[in-house]
Design a protein. Structure first.
Length: 235
């Protein structure tokens, strides 16, 4: 009896991409040798994660108390994983949060957590960083399809104008480009795979203008492209 050809299409969204990359990185490529595989990737690293740690992020729903949610968000390891990492697209000269006393960049998280009155955050961040989720410098053993969007106002910097208001008051938010949640510089980072010398599998990148972070999950053009990838992989 003829058996249908099997294949794996691993769909990854937002910070789940890093979790799945961890799976791919620590499993032998032989796991996929019997079935063509493809990964659809939407990268992470966002100033919104800094907002979660500093003032709390309530998704602009007034019924949610930011400070109550902040206490919860600080317990989630994923919020530390989402902090913009040093290196890559995040320059040490780029200010993520500013107060009248000083500016904080990707190199200043220990000092930032101390200023926030949450020194435990430094230990959590160190544990996340020790796990090594930076996979843009290696081949993952499968073809990569990187889908992302942009063209929408996205938090770029948090500004506290008074010392007394830091950190519990809501900061002024300077906006930049992105998908409304993730900054464009982070979304574009998957393009760095093209510079990996040991890359053995193709990386294709596609940009969708004006599509929001969550909306990309049910954007028709994205669905159509996913179906095309699935059909081509199964062929």
């Amino acid at each position: 009896m003829h058996m249908p050809k099997l294949f794996l299409l691993c769909l990854q969204f937002s910070f789940n991409s890093l979790q799945n990359f961890n799976f791919l990185n620590f499993n032998s490529s032989s796991c996929f040798s019997q079935q063509p595989s493809a990964v659809v990737y939407n990268t992470v690293g966002t100033v919104v994660a800094v907002q979660m740690q500093a003032a709390g992020y309530n998704w602009e729903i007034d019924a949610f108390d930011r400070l109550v949610i902040r206490d919860q968000q600080r317990t989630f390891e994923s919020t530390f994983l989402l902090l913009p990492p040093p290196g890559g697209p995040w320059s040490p000269s780029t200010t993520l949060l500013s107060t009248p006393h000083r500016n904080y960049t990707v190199n200043d998280y220990p000092q930032l957590f101390t200023a926030l009155g949450y020194p435990e955050g430094r230990l959590k961040l160190e544990a996340i960083r020790d796990a090594d989720y930076g996979f843009l410098d290696r081949d993952l053993g499968v073809p990569i399809h990187c889908f992302y969007s942009g063209g929408l106002p996205t938090p770029e910097q948090l500004v506290y104008s008074s010392v007394s208001g830091f950190p519990d008051s809501e900061p002024r938010i300077e906006m930049g480009d992105g998908d409304g949640t993730v900054n464009l510089r982070s979304l574009e980072a998957c393009g760095g795979w093209g510079n990996v010398e040991s890359l053995q599998h193709p990386v294709t990148i596609k940009y969708y203008d004006g599509v929001g972070h969550n909306e990309i999950l049910h954007h028709q053009a994205v669905i159509d492209d996913l179906l095309r990838i699935a059909r081509r992989t199964a062929a």
